[in-house]
Write a protein that binds this ligand. Structure first.
Ligand SMILES: Cc1cc2nc3c(=O)[nH]c(=O)nc-3n(C[C@H](O)[C@H](O)[C@H](O)COP(=O)(O)OP(=O)(O)OC[C@H]3O[C@@H](n4cnc5c(N)ncnc54)[C@H](O)[C@@H]3O)c2cc1C
Ligand code: FES
Ligand code: FES
Length: 1341
């Protein structure tokens, strides 16, 4: 054994501080992440687990480190899910609990995100708070762009980001909550009469608006607590006084992994020599993901961060040498400084690095990920490697046996997929980045699905040197990532262009050569082959123009200057400063405490969510003898199960049991929503990848998960799986069809001036609630009783399922739901299959069992929004008025029915969107495929229907050369019209919303400026779309009911329970407002603890935008009953108080608890045969105008502006309703632009986790975002004249899709191609680029 390994000076005690408290641990498991340690050992559950792969930011903490040499403290945000706890030795960790608390006082960061309505479900909130807090610790008055950059690593699925940005924006330099425009209406609004905030979560920040009876501010700077940095938690003095912790060498020995931390180079080299197989871990952003999600185990880890040579920075004549462990944020700082202090020509390569680092991951990753780690990972899409390769960077390696080796990073450095020429025992010590030369130009590019925090599809770097004083190429380097198994250099292109002049001929030649240099097989991994090949040419074209522009100032006589049009090709996509307004109608009077309805109260849990004190299921402390369940799922899409062997799993220490179909009776094994077509455990065959086969229960979640992977399953493949809708159509594999028919289709077509047909497809969507599925089953030991704590939108269905699987009646099972970290339909029916195996295990073992899915499992198992295909034929007049419409809809239902038939039926009922059809036939097929069953998702089929309806109108308009707005108006419903399902429209506000949004958005003026822009620009195009919406609100007849229980205690406090679940939408807040108003008591007196099946039985799912309508009425009902009972006491003692009346009633033996109930009478189920029934209670209308800009060379788009007018009736709470409008809209933006679920031909979901599946981030929302709630539009059919709002605004994202299509249409028009073309959703960069066509696409062909 080498001396390094024997060295006794290696300490085995981990020492660090958390929120000022010292932690010393001599038995730390080096596999343990900081997140697991915080949550399970220190019980600090404020820090959340959203993904485990650094992609969501929910786990953000602040790390602080003392630099003894500089005498400074560095604070930085980091993802606790990837940081190994072993790596925080000698550091101070601050979690959300350390920042502020309800009892000790909120930190301004926590206060502002809450007061700005920036916390809905709250699961992302602690991470947001910590990202902002870390920024403020370094920069107390940040610039707006710093704010945007520091939040790029944090995702929110609920809010649409606007309120978070604006809440945090109050910390920014020059910001005063306003939108930044000189005449900002917020700044001119007089300050509101806030109550201030209270720990109960109530405050009232509405303004006395300047718009008459409309208010336009949800947050006021004057009301906010001032931020005083001196009040922040101090850095532990001990870490300053005893900096020896930094020099300490560490060795932590765990059961499976040994972790070393050498602090000198010789030690590091000897360790690596002794353990050539060891992984060096710096940021652990690559290794951590491999271990967590790619089944990798690395028994020896070496942390080289504290070896001085690896973090040294040397400034030399020739350039800068960076230690390999220097993190990327520091690299940014160093290079920025160089750019500012050195002559411009010397730092052109550095500028290229900075440009690429701007788009590299999120701040938390850049703060820890190392330069060397990026190189040595050797990813073919590494962002840094192309720049390193063209810049001639030199890498210095050292090993104990071979000494030093210097390698220039070039074509031969990478030897294969994730392989380099470095030897196993070699350590990368430093990277020398040379200065650029005077005649050189360097540029780097990155194209990804999402602009911020995403890995590249293709990236590239190019460097050209000219013969001095000429435009003749002396040297050229071109490197691309994403075009092969390694980063590659276009060697032939570079060689052949040497000596050429930088002109059109060179460009033409380069295009041909690049295609030869970068062949990409049609079956290349990663797909998008056409797009990737087109991109290489488009990016080179951009480089060509950039260089020409640069040359035109250096050798003006030798090059043609860029035309304005060419300039537009290289200008970054225009992103104006963020601006927003929210307009709503104010309620009269000032008595907010007793009359809170209609006021923008802060979400009742917002403050708790911001301090990390809000408890989600997996935050609940472990109970005695608790076990953890992990699911064993199918790896085949269509196969017979030949055998299951659990022996290897049972051998693992800590595993208690395994259950599968063998252990449960056939009858109890059956499950399903409408049809019992599913099984708890697959018994004979599997019909999708991800189907549950069994469950392993163990004493530790990690052990359970590991053991689940050891269960061996033998399969015999059956017929090839049916994956796509087209496969299913070919095989006629479907449920249905169902048909809606009205009028006379044949006559309608006969009377048409034109018959137009088309086809369109919309993709699926993952719910991506930030809180993954979590459930705890606690058997009570008596009479089969069981308590269930669940993240479920359907407590009563959960109760039914548990009772059935366990074999008891429902009265023995109590399901409790405190809150959900988002649901969106994903925590309805599909969670039953996740929960059932764990419930079964709990009952069999008579022990509590907890199950939490990791993000990848959750995405794989629980299905999502249905992909749809629409084939349509329309008859229209010459003015574009419909005479006939024949539509066939196909959805991909997956392997079981679940809710797919009802989703399809809703889509069929919404296919009209906002338009009259006298002669129509809609036929719906749910395709049965071998994918996990798809399910409910916000909108429930209506968004797909709206997308198709609007595409039909657009296509008709463009085919007939008409203005799409006019065609819309000509067909748009009016008051009294009958829909295609024979529903008469009353109080129809579609046209009001439409006209108002057109006026608000200055549509007509902007139409002209868009036309002008498009005329002047070839490579950038703008598009505009105006879209109305009509969305029916109701459940199936039976589910339109709700119950409530209101209990009054002698101290006057009220405990309220109703059947709805709080999942971020603010349902409990609205219910509290209703109860306070009806009882006429301060809202603080009322409390909602949870939703529980023993308080309110037989609850309907919380879904369909109807929960406030029905539960609110049930609560009102119960409160009215109580009020009536108290009335005599009020009469007897009019000067009394609520408390004295309650006491008096008690003394007179009057019951102080009341149940309430409500059902919607009007709704009846729709009969497809007779075309009768009233499936909707009322309609929610709205309209949106969106303008986008598209980069026709890359396919990127920017949403320049969106205006929305939404009819929410008389808003119960404008703060929450605006939040629902914005949040739903941005979720819709994800659906129609970004989010793409991709499957292999074998039916395996390829896009698991936030790394592969992109939901919108901060930069994907409209640059200008104006939301207005329609005023004077009371709805007599719902509680306090309100309307449901959860789903309808999502449909307005269609405006983004149609605006992009409009922009693409303009690009096509330039090339003589038609504006009426097939364009499928989502409008990804790939789809946009290919649809734009243009020279480089044609070149490829
Ligand atoms: C959410 C997320 C986003 C990301 N975004 C991007 C992105 O936009 N662009 C991009 O290019 N990458 C991205 N990555 C990948 C990753 O962050 C980078 O590759 C990062 O630079 C790796 O550095 P690290 O210190 O974390 O590596 P680690 O995980 O610590 O190590 C990575 C590998 O490098 C080896 N290694 C590290 N240092 C040395 C050394 N000195 N000598 C020899 N071998 C060494 C390790 O043994 C290991 O094999 C992302 C990763 C995540 C999780
Ligand atoms: S949980 Fe760590 S980034 Fe998502
Ligand atoms: S509030 Fe952000 S994810 Fe729910």
């Amino acid at each position: 054994m080498s001396p390094a390994v024997q060295d006794q000076r290696f300490s085995d005690t981990l020492v660090f501080f958390v929120n000022g408290r010292k932690i010393e641990d001599s038995s730390v498991d080096p596999e343990c992440t900081l997140l697991t340690y915080l949550r399970t050992k220190l019980l600090l559950t404020g820090t959340k687990l959203g993904c485990g792969e650094g992609g969501c930011g929910a786990c953000t903490v602040m790390l602080s480190r003392f630099d003894p040499e500089q005498g400074t403290i560095k604070h930085y945000s980091a993802n606790a899910c990837l940081t190994l706890v072993a790596a925080v030795h000698g550091l101070a960790v601050t979690t959300v609990e350390g920042v502020g608390s309800l009892r000790g006082g909120l930190h301004p960061v926590q206060e502002r995100i809450s007061r700005a309505h920036g916390s809905q479900c709250g699961f992302c909130t602690p991470g947001m708070v910590m990202a902002m807090y870390a920024l403020l610790r370094n920069t107390p008055r940040p610039e707006w762009h710093q704010l945007e950059q520091h939040l790029a690593g944090n995702l929110c699925r609920c809010t649409g980001y606007r309120p978070i940005l604006e809440g945090f924006g109050t910390f920014c330099n020059g910001s005063d909550v306003g939108c930044g425009r000189e005449k900002c209406c917020k700044l001119s609004a007089t300050n509101g009469d806030s109550n201030g905030f209270s720990p109960n979560g109530f405050s009232n920040g509405e303004a006395q608006g300047v718009l008459g009876d409309e208010a336009s501010a949800l947050l006021h700077a004057a009301d906010l607590t001032t931020y005083d940095p001196t009040q922040d938690i101090i850095f532990p003095p001990e870490l300053k006084l005893k900096p020896h912790l930094h020099q300490q060498m560490l060795k932590f020995q765990g059961p499976r992994v040994t972790y070393w931390r050498p602090t000198s180079l010789p030690h590091l080299l000897r360790l690596k020599c002794h353990h050539p197989e060891a992984k060096l871990v710096v940021g652990n952003t690559e290794v951590g993901v491999e271990v967590a999600f790619k089944n990798q185990t690395y028994p020896v880890l070496i942390n080289p961060c504290w070896v001085p040579e690896l973090s040294a920075v040397k400034y030399m004549e020739s350039g800068v040498a960076l230690g390999a462990a220097v993190n990327l944020s520091r690299v940014q700082e160093i290079l920025k400084k160089q750019v500012l202090t050195q002559p411009e020509w010397k730092t052109r390569t550095f500028s290229a690095f900075l440009e690429i680092l701007r788009w590299f991951a999120g701040q938390q990753i850049r703060n820890v990920a190392s330069f060397g780690g990026n190189i040595m990972t050797s990813s073919p899409i590494s962002d840094l490697n192309p720049v390193l390769m063209v810049s001639g960077a030199t890498l210095t390696f050292l090993s104990h046996e071979h000494g030093e080796r210097r390698l220039v990073m070039e074509q031969n450095f990478f030897t294969g997929y994730r392989k380099t020429i470095a030897k196993p025992s070699e350590v990368l010590i430093s990277v020398h980045l040379p200065y650029s030369q005077e005649d050189e130009y360097v540029q780097a590019y990155k194209q990804s699905r999402r602009r911020e925090d995403d890995i590249a599809i293709v990236n590239g770097a190019m460097r050209v040197r000219f013969v001095s004083g000429t435009s003749r190429v002396a040297d050229l380097r071109v490197a691309f990532g994403g075009m092969a198994a390694t980063t590659v250099m276009a060697v032939k292109t570079a060689k052949e262009l040497i000596g050429c002049k930088w002109d059109e001929a060179l460009l033409e030649r380069a295009m041909t050569l690049l295609l030869e240099d970068l062949p990409l097989d049609a079956s290349a991994p990663g797909g998008m082959v056409e797009y990737r090949r087109t991109l290489t040419l488009s990016l080179f074209f951009k480089f060509y123009l950039n260089v020409r522009k640069w040359l035109s100032t250096r050798v003006p006589a030798l090059v043609v200057p860029l035309s304005a049009d060419e300039e537009s090709a290289i200008a970054p996509c225009h992103r104006p400063p963020f601006a927003s307004t929210q307009t709503f109608q104010q309620v009269e009077g000032n008595d907010k405490r007793h009359h809170p309805v209609g006021r923008p109260l802060v979400h009742a849990s917002a403050y708790k969510q911001a301090t990390g004190e809000a408890v989600y299921v997996d935050d609940m402390p472990r109970v005695e003898r608790e076990l953890f369940a992990a699911l064993v799922v199918s790896s085949r899409a269509h196969a017979r199960i030949l055998g299951i062997d659990e022996t290897p799993a049972l051998r693992e220490e800590g595993v208690e049991a395994f259950f599968c179909a063998r252990d449960i009776s056939q009858e109890r094994n059956r499950m399903g929503t409408f049809e019992s077509d599913e099984e708890v455990f697959a018994s004979e065959k599997v019909t999708c990848i991800g189907q549950v086969l069994g469950v392993v229960v163990a004493t530790d979640p990690a052990v359970a998960r590991r053991a689940a992977k050891l269960v061996r399953v033998d399969y015999q493949d059956l017929e090839p799986p049916v994956v796509t809708i087209e496969d299913a159509i070919r095989k006629e594999s479907w449920w249905g069809p169902w048909t809606i028919a009205k009028g006379n289709l044949a006559l309608g077509f006969a009377s048409a001036a034109h018959v137009i047909e088309g086809e369109m497809r919309t993709g699926g969507q993952e719910h991506f609630y930030l809180e993954p599925n979590a459930h705890i089953f606690v058997p009570k030991g008596e009479d089969g009783e069981m308590d269930v704590f669940s993240s479920s939108q359907i407590p009563s269905e959960m109760q039914r399922m548990v009772a059935r699987v366990v074999g008891v009646s429902r009265n023995r099972v109590v399901v409790r739901v405190k809150r959900l970290g988002g649901g969106f339909g994903g925590k309805e029916s599909r969670i039953l299959g996740v929960a059932a195996p764990a419930a079964f295990a709990a009952a069999r073992l008579s022990r509590p069992v907890r199950i939490t899915l990791d993000r990848h499992e959750d995405m794989l198992i629980t299905g999502g929004r249905h992909p749809f295909l629409c084939r349509w034929r329309a008859g229209v007049t010459t003015k574009g008025v419909f005479t006939a419409l024949d539509v066939r809809l196909y959805s991909n239902g997956g392997c079981s029915q679940d809710l797919s038939p009802t989703v399809m039926q809703k889509a069929m009922m919404c296919i009209d969107n906002a338009y009259r059809h006298s002669n129509i036939r809609v036929t719906g097929y749910v395709c049965k495929t071998n994918l996990p069953s798809n399910t409910a998702f916000r909108g429930f089929g209506a968004p797909q229907a709206a997308m198709f309806a609007e595409d039909v109108v657009t296509t008709v308009a463009h085919t007939l050369n008409l203005d799409p707005c006019q065609v819309r108006e000509r067909n748009m419903y009016q008051e009294g019209d009958r829909t295609h399902i024979n529903h008469t429209l009353e109080r129809c506000t579609i046209r009001r919303c439409w006209e108002e949004v057109i006026a608000n958005s200055d549509l007509h003026i902007r139409q002209h400026s868009v036309q002008k822009f498009n005329k002047e620009n070839t490579y950038k195009k703008r598009g505009l779309a105006t879209i109305p919406t009509k969305c029916g609100i109701a459940f199936d007849r039976v589910l339109n009911q709700a119950g409530a229980l209101v209990q009054v205690y002698l101290d006057g406090s009220v405990l309220l329970t109703h059947g709805g679940v709080e999942m971020g939408q603010g349902l409990h807040t609205k219910i509290l407002q209703i109860a306070a108003q009806v009882l006429n008591i301060p809202i603080e007196n009322i409390h909602i603890m949870d939703t529980a099946t023993d308080k309110v039985p037989n609850t309907s799912p919380t879904a369909a935008s109807i929960s406030t309508d029905v539960n609110g009425m049930a609560v009102m009902n119960a409160c009215e009953e109580l009020k009536a009972r108290l009335k005599p006491f009020v009469k007897r003692d009019p000067a009394g108080t609520w408390k004295t009346w309650v006491r008096a009633a008690y003394s007179e033996r009057v019951s102080l608890s009341a149940t309430g109930f409500h059902r919607i009478e009007e709704v009846t189920d729709f009969d497809f045969d007779t075309m009768s029934g009233q499936p909707f209670h009322y309609y929610c209308n709205g309209a949106a105008v969106t303008e986008v800009e598209v980069d026709c060379l890359t396919g990127d788009h920017t949403i320049l502006r969106t205006d929305i007018v939404m009819d929410v009736g008389q808003s119960l709470n404008p703060g929450l309703d605006v939040g629902q409008v914005e949040g739903a809209f941005v979720q819709g933006v994800g659906l129609v632009t970004l989010e793409e679920l991709r499957y292999s031909p074998e039916g395996s979901l390829l896009t698991r986790g936030p790394g592969a599946y992109k939901i919108p981030g901060f930069q994907d929302i409209p640059c200008e975002f104006h939301v207005s709630l329609l005023k004077d539009a009371p709805n007599p059919l719902a509680i306090f004249s309100s309307k449901g709002v959860g789903e309808p605004p999502l449909l307005l994202a269609t405006s983004v899709f149609q605006a992009i299509k409009d922009a693409v249409g303009a690009a096509r028009e330039d090339q003589g191609l038609g504006r009426a073309f097939r364009f499928d959703s989502p409008a990804t960069a790939e789809r946009v680029r290919i649809a734009c066509q243009g020279p480089f696409v044609r070149k490829r062909l």
